[in-house]
Design a protein around this ligand. Sequence first.
Ligand SMILES: Nc1ncnc2c1ncn2[C@@H]1O[C@H](COP(=O)(O)OP(=O)(O)OP(=O)(O)O)[C@@H](O)[C@H]1O
Length: 278
Amino acid sequence: MVSLQNIAYSYRRGKPVLDGLSLTLAPGRIYGLLGRNGTGKSTLLYQMAGLLFPQSGSCTVFGFTPMRREPAFLQQVYVVPEAFVLPDLSSGAYIRLNAPFYPTFDHALCSSILQQFGIGEAGRLNRLSHGQQKQFQIAFAIATGAKLLLLDEPTNGLDIPSKQQFRKVVAGSLRNDQVMVISTHQVRDLDSLIDDVLILDQGRIVLQAPVSRITERLVFRKVKERAESGKPLYAEEALGGFAVIARNTTDESSRLDMELLFNAALSGETSILPILQD
Ligand SMILES: Nc1ncnc2c1ncn2[C@@H]1O[C@H](COP(=O)(O)OP(=O)(O)OP(=O)(O)O)[C@@H](O)[C@H]1O
């Protein structure tokens, strides 16, 4: 269990990035952390990882306080940062040097994911392309078996087949005692991968809801005329008509349009968020 209570954090005085943020994450789930550029998604991930310390409030991760940075905690958390530099080492040498920090590291799983990404025979890591370096980092992260996996914009730099591969690898490898948080502002990349949506805005989580609850209570439709959907809760122009969100009053089954939900949640439209509350 990951629990953040009333966290505040600012880099510069008077400019809070996190401002009274509370959040609880359960094992066995993949959370999609969405937010505009610069809203504080990375800052939030770093609080959970013990890389930044809350200025007020409390954070606990599987019973540990991340800011204490105890070795037993650090073995159980892995962050793939948005930007990183890999050393001038072969993948095998990198794994031999770094895997021992993670007692649950699974070498067979690491090789299998690297194969799936098509970089099984990777040469020197610093000579791989940016996208391939990202794939290597994702494979290493999953293979650590860490109970908290934090992926910051993991699909940035991946081409379309690699994004599909990423979704397949992640969906197929999470154990039910692990929590994964994937931050992105490219909301479509998380389609059909995540269990729960988290939206961060103005220092707080403005929406936390399982995808199942969202599609139970709301319907997402494409219509030619705005009026076709009765009185939608939210509508925006889309190719050939409108994309709309309406209340699901007839157990209609529709596919979550994450981008539309994200736009609706941040549009100032106040009727949608209360409908999705627990
Ligand atoms: N080291 C730093 N010093 C000062 N300000 C910072 C620092 N790191 C981030 N910020 C500021 O904090 C805010 C949140 O940044 P953060 O990187 O957490 O956002 P983000 O949601 O991850 O953004 P993006 O989607 O663009 O990656 C931004 O306004 C950013 O300029």
